[in-house]
Design a binder for this molecule. Structure first.
Ligand SMILES: C[S@@+](CC[C@H](N)C(=O)[O-])C[C@H]1O[C@@H](n2cnc3c(N)ncnc32)[C@H](O)[C@@H]1O
Ligand code: SF4
Length: 388
């Protein structure tokens, strides 16, 4: 029975943060029933198509995790979540300990809804704290204060059996001391999982425009590298080991849903702009939904049914994705069997591979290739040399 994950995209936010290039939009008058029905229709159709792709009878997919991402899923009415979970359980065989995560923002209005999300079936919450300082939150254009973030953290920890928080570091002039204080504060709440992201200037964002005009919006690269090293060392001491470039967890608390992406598993993506991947004897099938929320919604009632594009990946693309995703994980990636991607000739650049191993940035044995901490600091550069 093929294992599969489900990603559900909710594309709406209270405000657009100036650094964010996710498919997120500010909208008035969201018709909740229409959105619920369209998401469920997408789920129905994609589940049926996945059974065909994977060569199994309907109802024979084994669903191991669900992730409500965005956008801001904590703005969803909880009944939509409950209805999607109910439908997923009818369409698939669900794992007994299925991980069901939702992203949430810590404004007080959303914190008041947390119990409702738990009752709807969410068993893991990912809280977008970003900073524990009002100055940092203002710089990032966030809608919540540091006090609201701490209240949301406490309430989350009291309600959800598993939870995580997102933080962003590398703000302009951010000192090691400032970052360590935030890490110390968040770990007093005993998270079992944290995501710490380096502030990145993404094309198409307000920060990108300001950056092009010369505004200083990030710490300098050497400082950012020091902040990265500090994060890993500090969190390790607190029992949260790095398991991916930006993710830290206590034993057995890694995000199972995200592990499935990094390990080239199967998943369905429903909602605007969502991606999906399915591997079968025919290759790696790649599907992407229409990105525009209104375009996707209107298209759900037509034969196009929300689809932007679909293809069987070229062997080189599948090979590149396998390594780009897998080397993010500290546990590394198995050497693939020749021909696994449809072309037995695909290989990493052996000259660069040897050099990076000699530098101590990559670690190789008969089974696996993995990165060292110094290697993860340079992962983009390493991948650009290893892959065609
Ligand atoms: C889908 S986003 C946001 C989820 C939720 N709406 C929020 O804002 O908390 C997931 C995470 O990506 C991170 N992120 C988004 N844009 C980023 C950027 N430009 N640089 C670094 N981290 C970013 C943030 O930490 C965010 O919590
Ligand atoms: S960071 Fe989160 S809240 Fe801000 S615009 Fe992006 S998805 Fe929305």
């Amino acid at each position: 029975m093929p294992a599969i994950s489900l990603y559900v995209h909710w594309p709406f936010c209270l405000a657009k943060c100036p650094y964010c290039d996710f498919n997120s939009h500010v909208a008035q008058d969201i018709d909740a029933i229409k959105w619920r029905d369209a998401l469920i229709l997408d789920l129905d159709m994609q589940t049926r198509a996945a059974c065909q792709h994977l060569g199994v009878a309907e109802g024979q997919l084994f669903l191991t995790s669900i992730f409500f991402g965005g956008g801001t899923p904590s703005l969803m009415p909880p009944f939509i979540i409950a209805d999607i979970l109910d439908r997923a359980a009818r369409l698939c065989i669900t794992a007994p300990d299925m991980e069901i995560t939702a992203e949430a923002n810590p404004t007080s209005a959303e914190t008041a809804k947390l119990q409702g999300f738990y009752q709807a079936g969410i068993n893991r919450l990912s809280l977008g704290i970003q900073s524990l300082e009002d100055e940092g939150l203002k710089f990032l254009g966030r809608e919540h204060s540091a006090k609201e973030a701490l209240t949301a953290l406490e309430k989350t920890a009291a309600i959800f059996p598993r939870w995580s928080a997102d933080l962003i570091y590398g703000l302009p002039q951010q000192s090691l001391d400032n970052w360590q204080k935030q890490l110390a504060e968040i770990t007093t709440n005993e998270p079992a999982h944290l995501s710490c992201y380096q502030l990145t200037i993404e094309p198409g964002t307000v920060f990108h425009t300001r950056h092009k005009k010369g505004a200083e919006l990030t710490a300098d690269p050497d400082r950012v590298a020091d902040l990265y090293l500090l994060t890993e060392e500090f969190l390790q001491q607190k029992g949260l080991a790095a398991y991916e470039v930006s993710n830290y967890a206590r034993p057995a608390q890694a995000s199972r849903h995200n592990l499935n992406y990094w390990q080239a598993g199967n998943w369905l993506g429903i909602g605007p702009g969502a991606h999906g991947r399915l591997t079968s004897i025919n290759g790696r099938y790649n599907r992407i939904n229409r990105r525009s929320p209104s375009g996707w919604l209107e298209s759900m009632g037509t034969p196009a049914a929300g689809l932007e594009g679909e293809a069987i990946e070229q062997p080189q693309d599948y090979f590149n994705e396998y390594w780009m995703m897998g080397l993010r994980l500290t546990q590394g990636v198995n050497w693939p069997a020749a021909g696994q991607f449809g072309d037995p000739g695909l290989q990493l650049n052996s000259e660069w591979l040897d050099r990076f191993i000699a530098e101590g940035w990559l670690i190789a044995n008969d089974e696996k290739l993995s990165t060292s901490l110094e290697g993860r600091l340079r992962l983009d550069m390493i991948l650009s040399h290893l892959l065609d």
